[in-house]
Design a protein around this ligand. Sequence first.
Ligand code: SF4
Length: 441
Amino acid sequence: MARPGVVLPILQNWSCHNCGGCCREHQIVITAEEKTRIDKHQWTAADGVTDDRPLIVVHGSDFRLNHQADGACVFLDDHGLCRIHSKFGEAAKPLACRAYPYAVHPAGNSVTVSLRFSCPSVVQNLGEAVTQQRQTLEQLAREIVPSNYQALMPPRLSTLKQLVTWPDVMLLLAFVERGLSVGNVSFVTRLLRVLTWIDLLEKVPPETIIGDQLKNLLPVLHEASVRAQPDDDLPLVQPTGFGSTMFRQLVAQLLRHDTDMTARSGFMGRIRLLSDGIRFTLGRGRIPIMADPISVRIAFSGRSAIVPESAPASLATMPTFAQLEHEFGGRNPEFDELFVRYFRVKLQGLHFCGRACYDMPFIDGFQSLALMYPATLWVARMRAARNGRQTISLPDVQAALATLDHNFGYSPALGMPSAKKRVQQLATMQQVSALCSWYSR
Ligand code: SF4
């Protein structure tokens, strides 16, 4: 069987800038072969690795790289570099380390490549164009997708409907991507239009959404959505109390950062997480302190820190939930560029539905992705307000997206049936659009 072609995201750059954040924030699962290889390296304290704990631990049925006392991977050195890489070269590192921040997924007869915006270099679009890295990525795709790979079934269109072919999925993807990228209106208007016609698509008879009929239907739906929202003069619809509560719960789950350090925080750590969750659900008083992930702190320190290193972390200095409901100037061409890039990478990489995202159907997955827009702007508001500003800046938005995308598609909590149901409820009650519009102000 011919190897599937590899589809790369356009518009996106990336190179590693050695911040070392990913080596502190992820649990690295390794294969039995990788364990054998690392064992054969015969690491000792003379190599600088810690000798007070095993380098590899067993977790359930997995092998994982252990962490140092400060939470860093046992192989991370004081300069933020990987000792395996330094001593044996890049190819000797575990596949999980070599792949990050790329995410590779089979899609029909091709393999798509997406990126995780939790990496500060991805969110800031720093480094070499991804399209220039084809050879490396094709090699990576060969390692991740085996040669005897059987094409997966396409994601369903919605929980109620079956999408029959991969070509129809690709047609829909192209149409969504075009809708978000093209037009003399702001990103939020384009997003609301797509949400409108996606909603209409869910309501049409199933036989209309196949092949040529789908091809003819999509322009009609798009036209209807443009008529419904012809320009950037968006109606000011405040999310309902129910919608706001569901949204804050989503943001709390997206913000939650489970690292080796939090796993070690024990009973008191779990109580704190519970109390933070209750605060987010109630939405009253001050927002709990949510410390930045290390990579975000390194990349954005001084420009948009939630808890600046110069100031002690104190709840009294955090903004209130109510403070974040004012206007913060979210409609800005610089932010739009970031969101267009983010959405296009996730769409082209099929990184929002199906296998890559909790087996969510296409429509639910897209609505879930759409919620990343208000969630990011909400967290950006929190960062700005924490620093005494009433307008969000590009570093606020970049740092917020880097923080939240760590969990999108990866946090087990977001794949639970209750979390999937929440997306459906928000969409059914027109709250996805309301939240996008409200927090774009
Ligand atoms: S093995 Fe190397 S690249 Fe992988 S997490 Fe550890 S230090 Fe980072």
